[in-house]
Design a protein around this ligand. Structure first.
Ligand SMILES: Cc1cc2nc3c(=O)[nH]c(=O)nc-3n(C[C@H](O)[C@H](O)[C@H](O)COP(=O)(O)OP(=O)(O)OC[C@H]3O[C@@H](n4cnc5c(N)ncnc54)[C@H](O)[C@@H]3O)c2cc1C
Ligand SMILES: C=CC1=C(C)c2cc3[nH]c(cc4nc(cc5[nH]c(cc1n2)c(C)c5CCC(=O)O)C(CCC(=O)O)=C4C)c(C)c3C=C
Length: 475
């Protein structure tokens, strides 16, 4: 009997990779769709010199999780396209607020003056933090909006934190847990009575960067050393991010880890010896199941035997995002340079943000933009199920309004990504603990990784796969 990995997105493929590295035994990955990669999807227009990313486009090189991904990228011999900290795409972060494109400050000097859309200098937010007493959070959690508003004031919560949440999980900061993005700042505030105070008192205790060496035996991955030396802010891959799942699949196939495509798991039932997977045409006995599925998909397949585990999994909500890629045959269309812009939810627009792909990476004379819409507000704007053409027209209308680009794009692509990103709402940490407790109490031969549980970024899901494999007992 073998180990089965469910899902051939980046976390399932990574689980296969770490299984191979740790045990060297064959295993099988079952993927429901006809391709690997999950939400990582690149459409390459090689002859025209540009590409469209339908999901993620960049990865951060920082910390333990960043170093871990770089180690994988290095082992797969992929070509990196770094964006250094001094690159405009790393320096210039923009908002569309109050009818204008606003450039956010990127140095301490920018804290002194009043910068639109803010009505007060940003240093006042820091004074607010110093002057405000700590409120002990109920059940050790609160929304990131409430935390930011408490510590730094409403403007920071509306125009800095809320758009940032849109740019990471397309979610509403009023609902997302402070622990999703600011776990350590929140802990510091609760311990030392303020964010700045916490940062000051704990400045010699932050071991994250040092710990990043921990899991790499003696030697850090050399790409990580290079990323630190060359001050990368983020990176993409030559040929687009889909090269990562593709290369992983090839590597796994060469090493007896097979990926079965078009193989949806319909049910899983556990017994004393392992588990049975129900596939369309077969019942497969397996020793252990590693699930990298979205929580609601795992819920579907465990529901018959473990309805209360299914209910816990269904408590992790997801949102839908519309992604529209636009390409223009002229690289001088944009008046602004930067990674892109985010639209704060207080603006009440269907657009979450626009990414300036051709500012991040060379697109051989094209301007390439990606408009993202919907997210937590998807049903508010798109309950009438607009057609692809209507979505494209809507995106173009906002590109005209916000960026003053009125030309028709030469190429475009519209994708609606249903339930593509989990929402770590207040209490998420406890929910995940309870899910893992259930699995452990019932001694289920099941490990869970993927975006639903331990972080939504590519780095997080790869590291989550590695950690789950590291926890497996040697038989
Ligand atoms: C629009 C967007 C932009 C993003 N931008 C970034 C970014 O810039 N940087 C970054 O780091 N991250 C980004 N992310 C997040 C990142 O892309 C995802 O979190 C990550 O790809 C999730 O990988 P996964 O393997 O956990 O899940 P998925 O990609 O969802 O993979 C799960 C797989 O399981 C399969 N499956 C489902 N049900 C079954 C079943 N019953 N049996 C078998 N297989 C099944 C699915 O077909 C899928 O292939 C972005 C995400 C989105 C949606
Ligand atoms: C500037 C515009 C951006 C839009 C619009 C946007 C949309 C968007 N992003 C995600 C998910 C993730 N994005 C991540 C990183 C990331 N996103 C942006 C900007 C926009 N995102 C930037 C500049 C970055 C790089 C990180 C940084 O330096 O701040 C990540 C990874 C986060 C991590 O911890 O590594 C995710 C996940 C979605 C779902 C989305 C849809 C609206």
């Amino acid at each position: 009997m073998t180990t089965a990995v469910l899902g051939g997105g980046i976390s399932g493929l990574s689980a296969g990779y770490y299984l191979l590295r740790r045990f060297g035994k064959p295993a099988t990955i079952y993927e429901a769709s006809p391709r690997v990669g999950g939400w990582i999807r690149t459409e390459c227009h090689k002859n025209k010199g540009f590409l469209f990313e339908g999901g993620p486009r960049t990865i951060r090189p920082h910390g333990l999780a960043g170093a871990n991904t770089l180690q994988l990228v290095e082992e797969l011999k992929l070509s990196i396209k770094p964006i250094s900290r001094s690159h405009v795409a790393a320096r210039n972060r923009m908002l569309y607020a109050k009818g204008k494109v606003c450039l956010l400050p990127n140095s301490a000097l920018g804290m002194i003056g009043t910068i639109e859309p803010f009505t007060k200098p940003l240093y006042r937010a820091l004074l607010n933090d110093l002057a405000t007493k700590v409120t002990v959070a109920k059940d050790g959690d609160e929304s990131i909006y409430s935390f930011a508003e408490r510590r730094f004031g409403k403007e920071i919560a509306d125009y800095a934190i809320s758009p940032m949440i849109c740019g990471i999980c397309a979610g509403d900061a009023h609902e997302i847990s402070v622990r999703f993005l600011m776990d350590s700042l929140f802990e510091k505030e609760q311990k030392y009575g303020g964010v700045l105070k916490g940062l000051f008192y704990s400045r010699f205790q932050d071991k994250d960067e040092k710990n990043s060496i921990g899991i790499f035996a003696q030697k850090q991955p050399s790409l990580y050393t290079q990323a630190c030396r060359e001050k990368w802010a983020m990176y993409g891959l030559e040929g687009g991010l889909e090269q990562l799942p593709r290369a992983l699949r090839k590597y796994l196939a060469k090493n007896n880890i097979n990926v079965h495509l078009n193989s949806r798991c319909q049910n899983v039932s556990f017994n004393n010896d392992g588990a049975y997977l129900t596939m369309r045409h077969a019942e497969l006995p397996v020793e252990h199941v590693i699930s990298s599925l979205p929580a609601y998909q795992l819920a579907l397949i465990v529901k018959a035997q473990h309805p209360s585990l299914a209910a816990k999994l269904l408590d992790i909500p997801y949102v839908d995002v519309v992604v529209i890629n636009l390409q223009y045959n002229n690289d001088k269309m944009l008046q602004y340079s930067g990674f892109g812009l985010l639209v704060p939810p207080v603006e009440k627009l269907p657009v979450l943000g626009i990414i300036f792909d051709s500012c991040c990476f060379d697109m051989s004379g094209s301007t390439v933009l990606t408009v993202m819409m919907g997210g937590r507000w998807f049903s508010k704007w798109f309950s009438n199920q607009p057609s692809q053409n209507e979505l494209r027209e809507m995106a173009q209308r906002y590109v005209a309004k916000i960026l003053n680009i009125n030309e028709e794009p030469k190429f475009s692509r519209v994708h609606t990504l249903p339930k593509c990103i989990p929402q770590y709402t207040v209490g998420h940490k406890r929910r995940v603990e309870n899910i893992r407790k259930y699995i452990s109490n019932y001694k289920l031969p099941l490990s869970i990784c993927g975006a639903a549980f331990d972080g939504v970024g590519i780095n997080d899901v790869i590291l989550s796969a590695r950690r789950q494999i590291d926890l497996l007992p040697v038989r």
